[in-house]
Design a protein around this ligand. Sequence first.
Ligand code: SF4
Length: 184
Amino acid sequence: MKTKMDYSKEYKINEIFYSIQGEGRNTGLPAIFIRFSGCNLNCKYCDTNHEYFNIYTGIQLVNKIFTFSKKYNTKNIIFTGGEPMLQLDEGLIKHLKEKDYYLCIETNGTIHNQSVIQNIDWLTISPKSLDIAVLPALLYTNNELKLIFDTLLPEEIKKLGSWKHLYLQPKHNNKDGNYIENTT
Ligand code: SF4
């Protein structure tokens, strides 16, 4: 049965903007960025203001995407956050794929939603913990792993499996030893 988009579903959106992807394999890709508000983690270095958001219904969100797409002449979309997997759903993703959008998701990798993942074009996992037990996304995809690099040893990185695209990103470090907290 065809999954229909829920036009009245409400999404918490921090911001929508047009820019050029500056990280990872898709560096240089012009895209519409959809930054969702809210996350299941609480990293101390997080730069997203989760208190600020606008509510978009499904129809408002797709209309905004269509407007940006026309204005900036791109069909590339990057869903980021916050944690986009808390809000993305199969109906929205399939609706945009039917309109030929190229869909990317940037996720912390802790939320498994196969119906979303199997219908997108590019997945970037940026884990905030090396605990493999809290990284279900690692088990079913291998598009791109982006590690915020602190003091990882090569053996620890190898434990995360075989990745075609692996990027290390430096992190500021105040050595207080507690960067992350699960809020669920
Ligand atoms: S996973 Fe990302 S969005 Fe979530 S709290 Fe950490 S840095 Fe912020």
